[in-house]
Design a protein around this ligand. Structure first.
Ligand SMILES: Cc1cc2nc3c(=O)[nH]c(=O)nc-3n(C[C@H](O)[C@H](O)[C@H](O)COP(=O)(O)OP(=O)(O)OC[C@H]3O[C@@H](n4cnc5c(N)ncnc54)[C@H](O)[C@@H]3O)c2cc1C
Length: 473
């Protein structure tokens, strides 16, 4: 059955068009829609299928940015984290993060204690209070941890998040407002400006349909893809603004590393590796390398995998983690904005808004955690043009459409909820459904009383009313 392209059903003109359906584009779309500005969001792949599903899946203040004295950034991110814990408690959970400290560490235990005190202070004491444990208590709490040289551990509180789902629900929330529309698998191919209006040539990448849609305000939230896209579109004189940096993660089976709490490893190379248990699996990451390939759908290299496994074995020698413990891997490109010195280590996670042409906006940098603030910087500018009073409190209300299948509640993975996701959650391919609406990055993650094919095969006919289903499931 041929399915109609949603591109054919939208309006010819929108006051605002947002390019990029990661968390930043989603936030801008929601904010403008809530302020009554009809907005079109277009995303070349599926919503949240690039950087915004490849993060370390934490809403956090960024404890390590304290070393760079980035207090304003840490304050802002901690307040956003604590806000989202209230607004989307089904997608974000507070967790105690353990930071083991060894005799030869770059940061001794007294320094860690000072950092944690400052971290709680910067959260306006909304964080659950930090603690410092001695060696024996730390070993009791953290299975398999190397005891030799251990002096103790610091504990602080941050949040884990389903990054793909939060992005999706932010988009669904914007869609509740009348006259806004969000299209996945629709790419901006070229742009012309005529009489103060942008003519945008859009392509449905699944059906091949093309359409021209006009807008008064063109907003780019294309993250790490921005420099390449600006060169391709050639509508402004653009110097590269980004210092892209690739980071990879592993999902390993909890059978090989049975820990109960998130742990922060601080290897001697000065990097930080998070090890975060979630149900029956453990997230491990990340790396920091120069990206070589095309930035879309990047993959972890052997070197990155070896680096993460090596560090796990250094810290948890009793666990014997190996490549066979890996369930799947994922990678993304950090959209860091260049620091004047060009040093990646110093490049902060601050965001910047560029306006290279009238009524054209590019939002770059930042972190997942601070997306609402990034969005409000754009929405405030556009609202002022339409003389709409901007009120950032409007985006501080809970999300109104919850996903059918929830990340931290495996009981919601039912056939009925899969059908609800297909009907109401903008699914266009089987991969959209499996990876992001159901949160299954790979078949090896499947954990249900029915096998993968026993679960999906009886639904093939119903599913094919919404998407084309692969011949073999
Ligand atoms: C390894 C790693 C770990 C991280 N961990 C954390 C963390 O734990 N916490 C945190 O707060 N932050 C974290 N971050 C940062 C965070 O993930 C990013 O800042 C954020 O996801 C960027 O979102 P974005 O919307 O700007 O980019 P993206 O999510 O990449 O969205 C941009 C979108 O633009 C689309 N696009 C490109 N070209 C076109 C076109 N022509 N037409 C239409 N669409 C187009 C792309 O397909 C893409 O989906 C991490 C980043 C990385 C890489």
């Amino acid at each position: 059955m041929k399915l109609d392209s949603p591109l054919l059903n939208c309006e010819n003109h929108y006051p605002a068009l947002v390019v990029g359906g990661g968390i930043v584009g989603a936030g801008i779309f929601r904010d403008l829609s809530i302020h009554g500005i009809p907005t079109l969001l277009v995303e070349k792949k599926d919503f949240s299928s690039q950087t915004s599903q490849s993060s370390s899946k934490m809403l956090h203040g960024g404890i390590r940015y304290l070393e760079n004295l980035d207090f304003a950034l840490v304050w802002e991110a901690l307040h956003e984290k604590n806000l989202w814990l209230k607004l989307a408690p089904h997608l974000c959970k507070e967790k105690a993060f353990y930071m083991p400290v060894y005799k030869d560490a770059l940061r001794p235990l007294w320094m860690v204690r000072c950092g944690l005190m400052l971290y709680d202070f910067l959260s306006s004491y909304q964080n659950s209070p930090y603690q410092v444990l001695g060696k024996e208590e730390s070993l009791k709490k953290l299975n398999h941890l190397r005891s030799e040289g251990l002096t103790g551990s610091g504990i602080y509180y941050d949040a884990i998040v389903d990054d793909a789902k939060l992005t999706l629900e932010v988009i669904y929330d914007g869609l509740i407002e009348k006259n806004s529309q969000a299209l996945n698998h629709v790419s901006l191919e070229s742009v012309e400006k005529k009489d103060n209006i942008y003519k945008c040539h859009l392509k449905d990448t699944l059906s091949g349909d093309m359409r021209v849609i006009t807008t008064d305000n063109l907003i780019f939230a294309t993250g790490p893809f921005t420099d390449h896209l600006m060169k391709k579109l050639d509508i402004v004189k653009w110097e590269n603004k980004l210092l892209p940096s690739k980071g990879s993660h592993l999902w390993i089976s909890k059978k090989s590393l049975n820990i109960d709490h998130p742990v922060v490893l601080t290897p001697k190379d000065g990097r930080v590796i998070f090890v975060i248990p979630q149900n029956e699996k453990v997230l491990v990451g990340t790396t920091e390398v120069q990206p070589e390939e095309d930035f879309f759908d990047v993959k972890a290299s052997h070197l990155e995998i070896d680096y993460l496994i090596h560090n796990l074995n250094e810290y948890f020698p009793g666990a014997k983690v190996s490549k066979s413990s890996i369930l799947s891997t994922f990678s993304g490109i950090r959209p860091l904005v260049k620091d004047e010195s060009g040093d990646k280590g110093k490049t902060a996670r601050e965001h910047k808004l560029y306006q290279p042409r009238s009524n054209m906006y590019l939002m770059l940098g930042g972190k997942y955690t601070t997306f609402r603030v990034m969005a409000s910087d754009v929405a405030r500018e556009i609202c002022s043009k339409y003389r709409i009073p901007y009120n950032s409190n409007k985006t501080k209300s809970p999300l109104r459409q919850t996903s059918a299948v929830l990340p931290f509640d495996s009981s919601t993975l039912t056939r009925e909820n899969v059908m609800l996701a297909l009907e109401f959650e903008k699914v266009r391919t089987f991969e959209d459904l499996i990876s992001r609406r159901l949160g299954i990055p790979h078949k090896d993650h499947w954990n249900h009383q029915l096998s993968y094919s026993e679960f999906f095969t009886p639904m093939i006919k119903e599913m094919s009313h919404f998407i084309s289903v692969p011949k073999e499931i």
